[in-house]
Design a binder for this molecule. Structure first.
Ligand code: ADP
Ligand code: ZN
Length: 558
């Protein structure tokens, strides 16, 4: 059967999507491939069709390495429905069942065998692969979720490292590795670790035009979330990500108390409860799953209408992966994140306190900074997001002006005008309503010199609250006790609200012009970059606080 007839007759699809055709031809012919395609792009067919075609040509079985049992079950189930001989080998099988699969494997009675990486690299399994190869019955290796091999990926799995054995031991067997997320660093790591230097690289566009990106300043996060769901997503299925288990529980409860059907999901819950919640989310309509990042990988629910982040992820890959779970059916969906000063401080601290090598931490900091840049951006989020993955955003040819959406843009014609100016996507918060910005360069200098002066005066640093108190001329007990009301910067920042000061500080943290010392009560300190800001060499532009648009800052004219 040709690959096109396999697509149509076995899978029931009319045409290949995007680069599928090229990839499938290449792999069927025996070429190695590294496939970068966004979630929902159709990666599975890229190895399933070559597996079938090669099996029919007498080349034997395809081994699919997959990190998740749930994923294997889904795929094998779907393949059975299509009449394809697929099986899996994992810890859920009894000894009897596993033996039977192994027997059929040796008889060449299986087209695709799914297995976990730790299983594939056991001596027992390798001996079976040896036997298959001797008979010329080992056709293809497909390595799914290939970013798991990289510590730069968001989901490092040490077992993936051992997969180099596939190339070393079966050099003549073609390999296809697939992943939905890989920035330049991760990509290079995958190629090196899996020895895919010779593989052809297939990169699809990572744009998800139906997802609308919105990042708001964190005030009262749970109230903001509640408003977001009520205003835009009542009755919709969605996922809310929180950092801690406690916050997951609290948020799920809050949503339920407010008439929103929500369920918690985190690693601390009993496995049965977790499974039941997941099943309900998948099967029922309009459930909101409140979860830690333990939830989501391999979950294919097409009609998730929103993904909300109450806490900031670690990096852009994580953000992209998590938000990518929205709108897999192609209909309009929202990616909403609420982000504040504390997020920056927390993420920085987690990196600082981790036991990793300094060089590795430096890498993590760089990744975090890229995400902070995205959060602080006043221009198109999509352009920034795609640029991070090395892609230049181009408006889709079939969607002049705006991407096709199920819902009208809020803001009407004004939003339209903003969107049509410049190279923005027209479907993110900044494109829909160009944020008003103010020049905070001067404020930033005041803040930095206050940090400097208290350090000089007291011999050690202070935290954000204290520094802002000084700027705003609040003679608190602590300020008086330390004699800080005598500083020349005492009260010079009365023109800004505390929130605005936190915004300035957040931005300074984001660009690395202020450091937080986690070992010393989160005290603030100057950095190398501070000097440039103090000299006025680095302009600081801040978005106008959206919560109070009428009371224009007295400084906005500057
Ligand atoms: P990924 O693994 O990249 O996240 P999947 O392989 O799960 O994506 O595919 C996503 C969805 O798209 C699945 O429901 C799949 O059946 C469907 N799909 C894939 N390729 C095609 C195609 N050529 N035509 C129609 N539907 C497709
Ligand atoms: Zn945009």
């Amino acid at each position: 059967m040709s690959i096109t007839s396999i697509l149509q007759d076995v899978f029931g699809y009319q045409a290949f999507r995007g680069p599928q055709h090229e990839i499938i031809e290449h792999v069927t012919r025996g070429g190695d491939a590294l496939v970068l395609m966004p979630t929902g792009g159709g990666k599975s067919l890229c190895y399933q069709i070559p597996a079938i075609a090669r099996q029919q040509a007498g080349q034997g079985i395809t081994v699919v390495i997959s990190p998740l049992i749930a994923l294997m079950h889904d795929q094998v189930g779907a393949l059975h429905e299509a009449g394809v001989k697929a099986e899996f080998l994992n810890s859920t099988l009894t000894f009897e069942q596993a033996s039977q699969v192994e027997r059929r494997l040796m008889q060449g009675d299986i087209t695709l065998l799914y297995a976990a990486p730790e299983r594939v690299t056991t001596p027992r399994f390798l001996a079976q692969l040896d036997a298959l190869q001797e008979r010329g019955h080992l056709s293809l290796f497909a390595i799914d979720e290939a970013h798991c091999v990289s510590q730069w990926g968001h989901d490092f799995r040490p077992e993936y490292r051992a997969l180099t054995v596939l190339h070393e031991r079966y050099a003549s067997v073609p390999r296809i590795a697939l992943t939905a997320t890989a920035d330049a660093l991760t990509r290079a790591d995958i190629i090196e670790r899996l020895q895919l230097q010779e593989a052809r690289l297939f990169i699809s566009s990572f744009d998800r035009p139906n997802i609308r990106y919105t990042i708001v300043e964190k005030r009262e996060a749970s109230q903001q979330l509640l408003r977001f769901i009520r205003d835009e997503h009542m009755g919709d299925a969605g996922v809310v990500y929180c950092q801690s288990r406690k916050k997951v529980e609290d948020t799920a409860e809050l949503l339920c108390d407010n008439g929103i059907a929500a369920l918690p999901y985190h690693a601390g819950l009993d496995a049965k409860v977790r499974q039941a919640n997941q099943d309900r989310f998948l099967r029922s309509e309009g459930i909101v799953m409140v979860a830690t990042i333990a939830f989501g990988m391999g979950i294919d629910k097409p009609d998730v209408r929103f993904v909300a982040h109450l806490d900031m992820p670690k990096n852009i890959e994580g953000y992209y992966q998590e938000t990518g779970r929205a709108g897999r059916d192609g209909e309009a969906a929202d990616a909403w994140m609420c982000y504040g000063l504390q997020d920056v401080v927390n993420q920085r601290r987690m990196i600082d306190e981790s036991p990793a090598e300094e060089e590795f931490k430096q890498g993590l900091r760089g990744k975090l900074d890229a995400l902070l840049g995205l959060a602080e951006a006043t221009d198109c989020r999509r352009v920034r997001l795609l640029a991070y993955f090395g892609e230049t955003y181009a408006k889709h040819a079939d969607a002049p002006g705006r991407p096709k959406l199920g819902t009208a843009p809020s803001g009407g014609s004004a939003a339209h005008e903003v969107a049509s100016v410049g190279a923005g996507c027209g479907n993110c918060d900044n494109c829909l309503q160009a944020p008003e910005v103010w020049d905070a360069t001067d404020a930033a200098r005041k803040l930095l010199s206050t940090i400097y002066r208290v350090q000089q005066m007291s011999g050690f640093g202070f935290g954000a609250g204290h520094i802002i108190d000084i700027l705003r001329g609040k003679a608190t007990e602590k300020v008086v006790q330390r004699g800080h009301e005598g500083l020349s910067t005492f009260g010079i920042g009365l023109d800004l609200s505390e929130t605005q000061w936190r915004g300035v500080l957040r931005q300074l943290l984001a660009i690395g012009a202020v450091a937080v010392d986690a070992q010393a009560f989160n005290t603030l300190a100057l950095t190398e970059t501070s000097r440039a800001v103090l000299k006025g060499e680095v302009p600081i532009r801040l978005r106008q606080a959206l919560a109070k648009p009428e009371r224009k800052s007295r400084r906005s004219a500057s």
